[in-house]
Design a protein around this ligand. Structure first.
Ligand code: PMV
Ligand code: MG
Length: 362
């Protein structure tokens, strides 16, 4: 029986959060070595199953009705999976490929034993794994750009508040600099065109650049335990940004400068410039949080940053903040153990993740 497998990593924001939600603004992200594993096995007969370990009690049965997958009983936990299936199958259909039935199986390392999310992006990894798995299953050639664009179109339909930078990091892997596309332009185009036409058109302002980092950079990830809803935090900032157009524009400018400086510093291995860029971005985020009344850097995240700085490092919140994780660049290798133990004493968990960079398109 034919079986296709793929996996998608977790992601981590390094810089540029919130500003990257605006078209033309950038963020730096990495992929990390925790994965969602997907397998697709060809089914015999008119239907198949979807099983997501930890999310569905048992395999959810589906039938194909008029080219669309329909679950026998609704399963809200499978929203992301279904959106990715529908989008990829619409694309494959546009190419004239007949659809098949299959058993789809997902297993995640991104949700830990206690069942709470580590904030490294399981919804994005699910989307990318399903898109890429189905393209392989239907024997279609693909590029990272195609996988990225299909993943975005799947999530656009779910109405999430996202820059979709996570999908870029998960698809391309390694260190990336991502610049947001004009969402409304793409959305409007998609309303009038097929999936195939939409992925083939140019998405204004989109750039995804893999950064060539010459040597391993020591950075630590600390988790402050309280996962935040990124969607809600981004929604709150978007609502309040109108209050002071000028302050918000200043934030966007500061963030972009910090991201550009960090990208240059990383590729040149200039640690002083890295620290300055991280600090600039941290200050911009804290100030914007105060102005919009959205707590991005919680007291424990402040603690996380101060401990890293005390040991000569540079740190900031990662992602939407409001709890969740922070990252710290540690320039003196000998200080790593001290940072981790001071974090631990403060109630911050060190997540021992490393950067994941795939070697081939799989
Ligand atoms: O908290 P995370 O890891 O989901 O990151 C959110 C980053 C934001 O810039 C705040 C939102 C986004 O989609 O870019
Ligand atoms: Mg988060």
């Amino acid at each position: 029986m034919r079986e296709v497998k793929t996996k998608a990593p977790g992601k981590l924001y390094i810089a540029g959060e919130y500003a990257v939600v605006e078209p033309g603004y950038s963020a730096i992200l990495t992929a990390v070595d925790l994965f969602i594993h997907l397998s697709l096995t060809e089914a015999e007969g008119p239907g198949g199953t979807i099983y997501s370990a930890g999310f569905t009690d048992q395999p959810a049965k589906w039938q194909r009705i008029k080219n669309e997958i329909q679950l026998n009983t609704p399963a809200p936990a499978l929203h992301y999976v279904l959106a990715a299936i529908q989008t990829t199958e619409a694309y494959v259909t546009d190419l004239g490929v007949p659809l098949k039935t299959y058993h789809l199986h997902l297993k995640s390392e991104l949700d830990n034993d206690a069942g709470y999310k580590l904030g490294v992006g399981s919804s994005g990894a699910v989307t990318v794994a399903v898109v890429r798995g189905l393209l392989k299953f239907y024997n279609q050639a693909f590029t990272d750009e195609l996988v990225y664009k299909l993943s975005v179109l799947a999530q656009l339909q779910l109405g999430v508040n996202s820059s979709f930078g996570d999908l870029a990091a998960i698809t391309y892997t390694g260190w990336i600099k991502y610049t947001s596309f004009e969402r409304e332009t793409v959305r409007a185009f998609f309303e009038k065109h097929s999936v195939k036409e939409t992925v083939e058109t140019i998405w204004p302002k989109l750039t995804i650049e893999r950064l060539a980092i010459p040597e391993a950079i020591n950075f630590l990830i600390g988790w402050t335990g309280r996962p935040a809803s990124s969607d809600q935090l981004v929604g709150a900032v978007q609502e309040k940004k109108q209050q002071s157009h000028q302050q918000y524009q200043y934030f966007l400018q500061e963030s972009q400068t910090a991201v550009d400086q960090l990208a240059a510093a990383l590729t040149q291995q200039n640690t002083e410039a890295m620290a300055a860029a991280i600090h600039k971005n941290r200050c911009a985020l804290v100030q914007m949080g105060q102005e919009t009344n959205v707590q991005i850097e919680t007291p424990l995240l402040t603690n996380l940053c101060e401990i890293a700085q005390h040991h000569g490092g540079a740190a900031k919140t990662s992602g939407a903040g409001g709890g969740d994780s922070g990252i710290a660049f540690i320039f003196n290798e000998k200080k790593i153990a001290a940072v981790i133990s001071d974090w631990q004493a403060a109630g911050i968990t060190h997540l021992p993740l490393t950067i994941y960079q795939k070697s081939i398109t799989t």
